[in-house]
Structures are given as C-alpha cells and as structure tokens.
Design a protein around this ligand. Structure first.
Ligand SMILES: [Zn+2]
Length: 527
C-alpha cells in the first residue's frame, strides 16, 4: 500500500513517468512524425538542419522537451536558432541535452502540434562524417542506442516510435540512401542534389538512418514484392554485390517463419558504422570490412535481417529488455542456419553460445534483464545475445517446435510496429501453450547464473540396476528437464528427467560401468 501511495504522489508531483532504464518518458506527448532536412557539404563537417516534429498530446500540457545535444567543450553539438509552433511561436530554451519548448497556448488532450526547429553545428556523434577505406568522404548516421540526438532533435528512446522522412541536400557526387522509399532525387542549384526518402511505418530513432557516399547500387532481387538492394562503395562493386546478394535467403526464410517483412524495401549498405552491423529498419548498415568477395558475411546479414522483425518492428519498450532484440536476432540466425544445414549446425551454434555465456558469467554474475546497467553500451554483452538465444532455444524445447513457432508468430503479430516487454512475450507463450511459464521466465531471465550440475551413479540394490544422482550446486534452484545418454556394453538409451530439487535420484537398468552423458541433444544451458 505504501509503495502505491508513494508512486501516486510521485506521479502527481512530476509530470513525467519514470521507467527503470533511466529515460524520463513523457506520456503526455506522442511523436507521430519527423521530417529531418539536413544540408551536408564537403568544405566543413558543420550541418544545417531543419526538423519538423508532429506531436499528438495525450494530456494537457504547456511544454515539451526533445532530446538534442548542445555545444560541448570541443565546440561540437547543435545550436538551435529558431523554433516555431503551429499555433504561434512560444518560448524555447536549449540545455546540454534537451530542447524545451514552452507554449503560449497550452496543448489540450488529443491536440496535435507541429514544431519546426532550425539548428546547425558539428555532430559530436550519431552522424559519422569521415573518410572510408578508399579515402573518400562519407556521411553515415549511427544512432544505436541513443546517439541520434547528437544531431537530430527527437525523443531518443525506442518507446516513442514515429514515421520519418529524410530530406538530404548534398554535393551532387553523393548518392543518398535512407529509411523508407525514395520519393525525390533532384539536381538543384550549386551542383547540389536533393534526395528525399520517406518511411511511413513508425520507427524507433535507434534504427532510423541515412547515408551519403559514392555508391554502386544494384537490385539483388525481390522477396514478396519487397525489393532488396545492395549499396556498396564503387571500388567494391563486384565483391559487394556478390556478398550482399545472400540477403534474399534469410529474408525469404524469416518471412515464411515469422510473418510478413514490415518495410517496403531492404537496402544492405556498406558503411562506416562503428558496429559489425547496425539493423537500421529497411536500411541495414554493415561495417565497410564486411565486403570481402568471399561471401562470408552470411551470419552477419542473417542477424541484421532478423532484427527487422525483432528489435525494429517489435521493439523493446525498455532498454533492459534488449534481449528481445539481440537474443532473438541471434537465435533466428541459428534457426536460419539450421534450415540450411540441419540440426547439427544448430547444436554447434548453441554449444559455442553456451561456452560464451558460461565464460561471461564467471566474471559477470548478472541476470539477462540487468537493471543495474546504466551505460547502454554495456547491454551489448553475451547475456543479451547468447543467453537470450539460449532462452528461446530452451523455450522451444519446453513447448515443442509447433507451439513455440506459433508463439513467435503471435508475438510478432500482436506487437507489430509497436513495443513489447519480456512479460508480453511470456503472456503470448502462455496463451499459445496453455501453460504457466512464470518460473521459466523468472529463472532464466531475472535470475543470474544457470544450473551447475554434479552427476554421479552407483550400483543399485537390484542386480542390473544403477542409481543416478543429479545435484544442483548453484545457489538458487532451477526447474528443467534434463536428458541423460546412458551407454553400457549392452547398448545406449536416453532418459528424460524432470529436475527441481537440490538432489534428484533415478533408478534405471544399466551396468555399473555405464558412461553417462548429460544433455546429448544440446537442449539445456548448464555447467
Ligand atoms: Zn543485433
């Protein structure tokens, strides 16, 4: 009672709602759309921006704050020169990380307002202006996780998704790619070109993107009427087109497995992203080193394409639930490889993922949903990726292939172009299976570590029988099914044992010199 009372008081005092990943959400306002107009050039890294933001209000208010980085000690950052509002100009003030606009006439419930913000500056981050490996100047957005507001005024958190247009003017030697579909490409005065891309599907800022470079561009094919393009440096035209054309296969596979691809095109773009790949919606950026001509980027490409469903279309509402993005993309990639090469390939993927998780956990004894993480870059750890993948793998084993896939499809359908939390996945999986999965989700996602098993056997009281003991040695007890492969002179068999106690004993027919191998089919995360 006291906690609830305290929360009500907090909500009464503060006009914003707190969520535990540290981002102050504003539930009074919902961004519907962004137009990002940017002028970029070759003489300076300074950009000139005009951003139009359309906001719908869910409550009465007389102000709104957007994320935008002001000037830092290096002189980098954005300086706002004007802000106009649809209903007459208000006051605005720019702080270190926020641009706050105060309205002359308060917004009411269900009002929409359009803000036009003019600004300029040198991006400290979020837009990488540099030279590529061939010494050519390039511009690539690189927003994940919350780096967009270094140069774009926005709500820089995935909970508020919005449609987006990029209108880029650049020297005419650049080609520009961005989120959405191309709606204008015009040569304008001063040897400049205006390129306008428009995405009507709501996106999280972390996966909005544009890139400007010299590019070679090729249509690799179409999957269910979705064009798949390769955008690579002209110097890498041959190798790049070849390496990126593999994208067709995972796109086809996931579309069939999960549901329709959410965007109108897929561009695979060679870029200067700081990551191996960045899953920008419909416009994936890969490290420029991903192009080799050897076709060895298939795993990377399959991972980033899987994100289009999980992470981009169904987006974690809270950063601490990022395994819904990374764990899913990791496991979907393994499923893709399983479909190509069979169960052995999946098993070997899961074994190396298990090794990664165990090694990481030796020094980082933390649950997958680790609410102590403050630096968002720290979310990129084996718990989010490999252990997240293992959670899905074990859920599949627990529910069976059919129910598990039905669950994934329903989860995708239900949270299509929206946000979800781990509890939403749990309730969908409970709905399709008719089972309570609280203990499963609790132990694998909210509890640190995994079962550490000691397994031994001794002669039974009856001839030809043995007693097998399985002891859980970790602190908190887990509930799971364990398969044991029991081999002796007369043959081999597999026993499936349900474990929930500290020590489990089973009696089975076998010679005393039997060799017992736990988890022969790679279905359990354990030590
Ligand atoms: Zn990823």
């Amino acid at each position: 009672m006291r906690n609830i009372f305290f929360l009500i008081i907090l909500l009464f005092i503060f006009p914003f709602a707190f969520a535990n990943d540290g981002y102050l959400r504003n539930y009074k306002a919902d961004v519907l759309h962004y137009d990002f107009s940017l002028a970029i050039n070759d003489t300076t890294d300074r950009i000139e921006g005009t951003t139009l933001i359309k906001v719908k209000f869910n409550n009465a208010t007389d102000s709104i704050s957007f994320d935008l980085t002001g000037i830092n000690s290096d002189g980098k950052g954005m300086v706002v020169t004007s802000v106009s509002l649809g209903a007459g100009d208000g006051k605005w003030k720019q702080g270190k990380e926020k641009l706050t606009v105060l309205f002359n006439i308060p917004a009411r419930l269900n009002d929409t307002m359009v803000f036009v913000i003019r600004y300029s500056g040198i991006p400290a981050d979020g837009l990488i202006i540099s030279k590529n490996k061939y010494g050519n100047r390039t511009f690539f957005s690189d927003h994940w996780p919350d780096r967009a507001h270094n140069y774009l005024p926005c709500i820089d958190h995935p909970y508020d998704k919005a449609s987006v247009d990029f209108i880029i003017t650049a020297p005419d030697r650049y080609k520009v790619v961005a989120s959405g579909i191309l709606i204008e490409e015009s040569d304008i005065s001063g040897n400049r070109r205006l390129t306008h891309w428009s995405e009507t599907t709501p996106l999280a800022t972390k996966v909005m993107a544009f890139g400007a470079s010299r590019f070679a561009v090729q249509l690799s094919g179409n999957v269910n009427n979705v064009p798949v393009w390769s955008w690579v440096y002209p110097e890498n035209r041959k190798e790049g087109f070849s390496d990126y054309s593999v994208a067709i296969k995972p796109l086809e596979y996931y579309s069939k497995l999960i549901g329709p691809y959410p965007y109108k095109k897929l561009a695979n773009v060679q870029s200067k992203t700081i990551y191996g790949g960045l899953e920008n919606a419909g416009t994936i950026f890969y490290s420029e080193r991903s192009v080799t001509g050897l076709g060895n980027a298939e795993g990377l490409i399959a991972h980033e394409i899987a994100h289009q469903w999980f992470g981009d279309c169904v987006t974690e509402a809270n950063w601490h639930h990022v395994w819904l993005s990374e764990g899913f993309a990791t496991y979907m990639t393994s499923l893709y490889f399983e479909s190509l090469y069979g169960r052995d390939r999946l098993n070997s993927d899961m074994k190396s993922a298990r090794e990664g998780v165990l090694k990481y956990n030796e020094k980082n004894f933390k649950p997958v949903i680790d609410t102590t993480i403050i630096n968002l870059m720290d979310l990129l750890n084996p718990n989010s990726y490999q252990k997240g993948a293992w959670v899905l793998h074990m859920l599949r084993y627990e529910l069976g292939d059919n129910v598990f896939m039905k669950g994934l499809q329903l989860y995708y359908k239900r949270f299509y172009n929206s946000n979800a939390l781990t509890e939403d996945l749990q309730s969908v999986m409970e709905e399709v299976s008719g089972r309570y999965l609280g203990k499963f989700f609790q132990q694998w996602l909210y509890t640190a570590g995994q079962p550490e098993l000691k397994i031994w056997h001794e002669k039974g009281t009856k001839k030809g029988m043995i007693n097998i003991f399985i002891q859980q040695e970790q602190k908190s007890l887990f509930e799971f099914n364990l398969e044991l492969l029991i081999k002796d002179n007369s043959g081999e068999k597999t026993e499936k044992i349900s474990i929930k106690d500290r020590v489990t004993k089973i009696v089975t027919a076998s010679a005393n010199d039997a060799i017992i191998t736990p988890d022969p089919n790679v279905n359990l995360l354990f030590k």
